[in-house]
Structure formats: structure tokens, C-alpha cells
Design a binder for this molecule. Structure first.
Ligand code: HEM
Length: 155
């Protein structure tokens, strides 16, 4: 194992942490939020954990993108060339755009929930941010079977 495979391994597995937290947050918003239950410290902890996991993915992703990955462009000319090849274009732009969009959506949702005047609105804003993030993540994941597909579980 070298630094590249270690980072890729963590980035690959942390995706499931992100996805699991997203589903737990959505589940709580649909059950507790719609049922009129109060927003608790568990909800706050889960939303902080969700954005922190995404921020960690961003850091790991930047390390891979600009440092260690052999699939990402290092120069403008390489970026231009990568745009013509589906496999390289996915790693050069599509994955990053989808994931950065997801990270921004999650942060906006969680931050605007903090300013909400009541708990039902708080749950709703978190749910919207998480749902938008989850769709973008689903688009950006290199699902097996796609030309740029990767294993669901990396060992
Ligand atoms: C929600 C956040 C993110 C998730 C869920 C995610 C998920 C993934 C997954 C599942 C892989 C494939 C891992 C494998 O091969 O087993 C991957 C690879 C990669 N991701 Fe992300 N990613 C995220 C954010 C980012 C960001 C923001 C960047 C760039 C700034 C990035 C850059 C990369 C790179 C460069 C690779 C590896 C390409 C290679 O194989 O060398 N990722 N990511």
C-alpha cells in the first residue's frame, strides 16, 4: 500500500459513511420532523457529522486530484485533452462538479436550518439540503458497470 492507495481506500469507504448519514437524517426528518417532534442534540450531531464527512471527502478528493491520482489532469492542455475521452472527463470534471455541488447543498441546508424559527422548518431545511446532496452524490459516484465504474467496496 502506498499513499495513493491509502487515500483512495479511505475516500472509497467514507462514501458509505456519507450515504448512511444522509439516509438517517432523511429518515429522522420524515418521521420526527413531520410528526412534530423537537429537534434534538442527536439531530444536530448527525448534521454536523454529515457535513464533516463531506468536508473530509473534499480534502481527500483534493489530495487525490492534485497530488496522487494518475487519472486527473495536471495541466490545462491535459484537461483539454481529457475532455474528449469519457473516462478521463469523468475524473477531470464530472465527479468533482457533482461532489462539490453536493457539499455546497449540504452546507446550505444545515446552515439555513440553524436559522430556522421552529423545529419543523429546521427538519425540512436539513431534509432538502440532504436530498439535493444525495442526488448529486448518486450522479457523481463511479457505479460499477459504467465506463468509469469502480468497486462498491474496495479491499
Ligand atoms: C461527496 C463527496 C465525494 C464522494 C462520495 C466521492 C466518492 C468517490 C468514490 C466512490 C471514488 C472511487 C473510489 C474507488 O476507486 O474505490 C472516488 C474517487 C475519486 N474522487 Fe471522489 N468523492 C467525493 C468528493 C470528491 C471531490 C470533492 C474530489 C476532488 C476535489 C474527488 C476526487 C476524486 C478522485 C481524484 C478520485 C480517484 C481517481 C483515481 O482513481 O485515481 N472526490 N470518489
Amino acid at each position: 500500500m502506498n499513499a495513493y492507495t491509502v487515500l483512495l481506500f479511505i475516500h472509497s469507504w467514507l462514501r458509505w459513511g456519507v450515504v448512511a448519514l444522509a439516509f438517517v437524517l432523511l429518515f429522522r426528518a420524515f418521521t420526527r420532523g413531520r410528526g412534530g417532534a423537537p429537534w434534538t442534540s442527536a439531530d444536530r450531531g448527525l448534521s454536523v457529522a454529515f457535513t464533516a464527512a463531506l468536508d473530509t471527502q473534499l480534502l481527500l478528493g483534493l489530495g487525490l486530484y492534485f497530488g496522487l491520482s494518475p487519472f486527473t489532469p495536471r495541466t490545462g492542455a491535459a484537461l483539454g485533452a481529457a475532455m474528449k475521452v469519457a473516462y478521463l472527463r469523468f475524473w477531470a470534471v464530472e465527479h468533482v462538479f457533482a461532489m462539490v455541488f453536493a457539499i455546497v447543498a449540504a452546507h446550505v441546508g444545515v446552515a439555513s436550518a440553524k436559522r430556522a424559527e421552529d423545529d419543523a422548518t429546521r427538519y425540512k431545511r436539513v431534509a432538502i439540503g440532504v436530498a439535493v446532496a444525495l442526488v448529486a452524490i448518486a450522479v457523481g459516484i463511479p457505479w460499477p458497470g459504467l465506463p468509469y465504474g469502480r468497486p462498491l467496496f474496495r479491499f
